[in-house]
Design a protein around this ligand. Structure first.
Ligand code: ASP
Length: 440
């Protein structure tokens, strides 16, 4: 007997048909004891997620408008699911209460959270499972940070009282009793928190894709799925823009060493991607695990003769960044040059840029300091690179064969990733060139 916690995303719970699929998946494995649910997502491309509609209700109230007509659409989404499932379940009291509370300014997070709350009530009823309100088991501190210890203590005690239960994702409670949500996509985090508290053997995260892919399918045609990836590799790829899972969802399960399995509700037979804490296994044919890239970086280039022998030079430059509330991404340097890569958004505005340049001039008296924009970074990630010789050479050869100029190179000492900087307009071609080099 094992213990699995399963989380279903919004598209997996968008309508009655998907509810049925979810029930089939949950009931197919008696180990799937606890289910974390999102709010109903999009049923088709132009559809609106219930969470977005709830945010909109909050906005309307803020503008002093009446929400009755707009709220009708939310009522209809839930009532249609209930009717199509043939459930004998009346949630009109709940719906009215929520409408009233939003109208009386119950706050943005309360409004947004009701999407998961109502969906979980319906799913619990449909599965015949208990309902545990996240409000009574997921806690935030006074400063708004998630309270790991308290949550784990209360939640694990609560879970022990239930054989099977549904828990709404995305929100918890503040010390003063008001509702607070995680950031968007936060039901992934709740799933991870529940998996940890249940001491699960596996956290299954069911979505609408068959796991993580080796590259962004909008850029590379039909990329291969990733069978196994480590938490650290996934962090590297997510940071560079690959997204299947909320970034913060990794921490609770990683702490407890619980693997995550990304699965596809629309293709339950596919094994999906396993995210594990560590493995030395890798596909030796491919060497790399995945690639990802992101635009919107700038370089602060600093030159000074004999920089290398000037003790404290780097620190003084970084002090300037710290004073301006800027975190740096990479720090490639030569004998007499130092380049600081930052996100362009963090140095936006003429005044701020002037301030940074002036302060650097004052603090380290360089021969020159300039800011260059329009940099894209791409990450080639793979635990296999530690053992395979010549991976970096293959990456660079592929990029230069595509006639793309490399503006920066940075390889982490863990040899888990190689970061390459190219012009923004070259990013897509560079990613394709690397993909083709490794996946023939
Ligand atoms: N429903 C929330 C959102 O749209 C949370 C989630 O789906 O994970 O962001």
């Amino acid at each position: 007997m094992g213990m699995k916690v399963v989380k279903f995303g919004g598209t997996s719970l968008a309508d009655a048909e998907h509810f049925r699929r979810v029930a089939e998946i949950v009931k197919a494995d008696p180990d799937r004891h606890f289910v974390v649910a999102s709010a109903p997502g999009k049923r088709f491309k132009e559809d609106v997620k219930v969470t977005d509609m709830l945010y909109q209700c909050y906005e309307l109230v803020r503008e002093g408008k009446d929400i009755t007509d707009y709220y009708e659409k939310i009522k209809e989404r839930y009532n249609t699911i209930i009717a199509d499932l043939g459930l004998d379940f009346d949630i009109s009291g709940e719906l009215d209460y929520i409408q009233n509370a939003i109208t009386h300014r119950s706050g943005q997070d309360f409004a947004a959270s009701r999407g998961e709350y109502l969906n979980s009530l319906i799913l619990a009823k449909f599965l015949g499972y208990d309902f545990i309100d996240a409000e009574s088991v997921v806690f935030f501190r006074e400063n708004g940070a998630y309270d790991n210890e308290k949550t784990n203590e209360v939640l694990s005690a609560e879970l022990k009282k239930h054989q099977n239960a549904v828990i709404p994702g995305f929100y918890g409670v503040m010390p003063n009793g008001t509702i607070k949500t995680f950031s968007r996509g936060g039901s992934d985090i709740t799933g991870s928190i529940v998996a940890r508290a249940a001491e699960a053997d596996l956290y299954e995260n069911w979505t609408d894709v068959s796991g993580c892919l080796m590259a962004d399918p909008r850029i590379v045609d039909n990329p291969l799925p990733i069978k196994t990836i480590t938490y650290r590799e996934l962090r590297e790829l997510s940071y560079m823009g690959a997204s299947v899972l909320h970034e913060d969802a990794i921490f609770p399960v990683r702490y407890a060493g619980i693997p995550i399995n990304i699965r596809n509700t629309n293709d339950p037979a596919a094994p999906g991607t396993m995210i594990v804490s560590g493995t030395s296994e890798y596909d030796s044919k491919l060497v790399i695990t995945g690639i990802a890239g992101k635009r919107g970086f700038s370089v602060i280039n600093i030159e000074k003769d004999m920089m290398n022998s000037e003790i404290g030079f780097g620190r003084r430059v970084l002090d300037v960044l710290e004073d301006n509330d800027i975190s740096f991404e990479h720090l490639p340097s030569g004998v007499d040059t130092m380049s600081v890569i930052v996100s362009s958004a963090s140095i936006k505005g003429e005044a701020k840029r002037e301030r940074i340049l002036t302060s650097i001039n004052k603090r380290v008296h360089p021969d020159s300091v300039v800011i260059e924009d329009g940099l894209a970074l791409l990450a080639v990630v793979g635990r296999g690179m530690v053992k395979a010789k010549g991976t970096a050479a293959r990456v660079f050869a592929a990029i230069s064969a595509a006639d793309i100029n490399i503006r920066m190179i940075d390889q982490g000492s863990s040899e888990l990733n190689i970061i390459v900087g190219v012009e923004e307009h070259d990013l897509e071609r560079a990613l394709n060139a690397i993909y083709k080099e490794f996946v023939k």
